[in-house]
Design a protein around this ligand. Structure first.
Ligand code: C5P
Length: 396
């Protein structure tokens, strides 16, 4: 068996010490680790510790004559199977998202054509800053995978999201990426994922819509594609970039969403994550409704149920998964929904929890004919990865 190689970039953060444990886990699994230590990273772990555990030289300098003579930064970025950045600081993420290359770590990230896994670690406010959110979305659209960050007490004394994922979780994510084709169990399979809100016109300028951000659906589309699946993402209006390797069809109304899903059949998997408006205004005139003396009355008619339609379709996908966003009695409603819609699984999430709508985290329970499985709160990307793996087991 070929020895797998990881280029491990260690950024400057208090969590850098966990990179030592990650190195140990990778080495124990027979993976070759070549460390790149940033200048800031070297303030937190010594090159000697890293080198001893990696059993390799530590690279740090872009302009080191000896390093460049031994292994130029271009070679460094290519002679590996995977690049892992742990901890990925806000600064490293910003550089990578914008293509900056002013040190060995960022130059290596720009020069590589290999898969990249980032494990972010930073103060909660830095993590939540719009700039970091933008950078993460850009990196995700560029195909970078993420593990963590976790929520918890931070070295700076604050509490929140931003802790580096545990070395074991980073190790598992890295091993899954290194598995290559064996890590692509959905190769040759097709999936349809609906995501985002729908927008139902009232008149040419007004809409009925909702607060869905599309994040969970987009993360599922990306996770399925990472497993080798051919994914059609049927998306209502969102601000998100299309994930790499996913075919996105942009729609506005529920009826357009249904038509796009039906056009994408046959498929092995359908995942309906979209927050589809149950009702739409009966008519959408060509003229704007004018302000008058009396408040206008909106007559609503029912929209098609995309999940139920796909579940009952003649060319029904082998696995049809629905979502249930509820604010109370989440699981009881989800059980009913499973029967009513005719789907195979319902992924129930409690949107009464602050920050679920539009946020990065989700707490879900997976309901099947067989019962209920409750999952611990996790990053939406991690929920997506776990769900995608489950779906792969179910259809293969
Ligand atoms: O009935 P409810 O809207 O709570 O069901 C939610 C599930 O049904 C989600 O999976 C959603 O994507 C799907 N749905 C749909 N078409 C509709 C309404 C909901 O696909 N018109």
């Amino acid at each position: 068996m070929d020895i797998k190689r990881v280029l491990l970039i260690v950024g400057g953060g208090i969590a850098a010490y966990k990179a030592l444990e990650l190195t140990r886990l990778l080495r124990k699994a027979g993976v070759a680790v070549r460390p790149v230590l940033t200048r800031a990273g070297a303030q937190f772990v010594t090159p000697l510790s890293l080198s001893a555990l990696a059993e390799d030289k530590v690279y740090s300098d872009l302009f080191s004559l000896t390093d460049e003579a031994e292994m130029g930064h271009i070679e460094l970025s290519r002679q590996t199977d995977l690049i892992v950045v742990a901890p990925a600081t806000a600064d490293l993420m910003a550089k990578a998202a914008n293509g900056l290359a002013d040190d060995l770590a960022s130059t290596t990230l720009l020069a590589t054509d290999k898969p990249v896994l980032m494990a972010p670690a930073m103060n909660v406010r830095m993590w939540e800053h719009p700039a970091t959110r933008r950078n993460r979305a850009t990196l995700q659209a560029d195909g970078v995978q993420f593990v963590g960050p976790d929520e918890g007490a931070m070295a700076c004394g604050e509490f929140g999201e931003g802790r580096l994922a545990e070395p074991q979780a980073i190790f598992e994510a890295a091993m899954a990426m290194l598995a290559g084709p064996a890590g692509q169990p959905l190769k040759g399979h097709r999936a349809i994922v609906t995501a985002g809100p729908t927008a139902e016109p009232i008149d040419p300028v007004r809409l009925l819509t909702n607060r869905s951000s599309g994040r969970q659906g987009y993360a599922i589309a990306a996770a399925l594609a990472d497993l080798g699946c051919e994914v059609t993402l049927v998306s209502g209006p969102t601000a998100l970039p299309a994930p790499r390797g996913v075919r996105r069809v942009e729609v506005e109304t529920a009826r357009e969403m249904l038509a796009a899903c039906e056009a994408a059949l046959p498929a092995d998997i359908a995942v309906c994550v979209a927050a589809v408006a149950d009702w739409r205004p009966e008519t959408c005139g060509v003229a704007k409704v004018k302000k008058g003396d009396a408040a206008p009355t909106l007559t609503l008619v029912e929209n098609p149920d995309i999940l139920a339609t796909l579940s009952k379709s003649k060319t029904r996908p082998k696995l049809v998964v629905g979502f249930a966003a509820e604010t109370h009695d989440v699981e009881a409603y989800a059980q009913g929904k499973l029967a009513r819609k005719g789907c195979d699984w319902i992924v129930a999430n409690d949107v009464s929890i602050d920050g679920v709508m539009g946020g990065d985290r989700n707490t879900v329970a997976v309901i099947t004919q067989g019962g209920i499985e409750r999952w611990a709160p996790a990053d939406k990307a991690e929920v997506a990865r776990k769900l995608a793996l489950r779906m792969a087991e179910a259809v293969s």
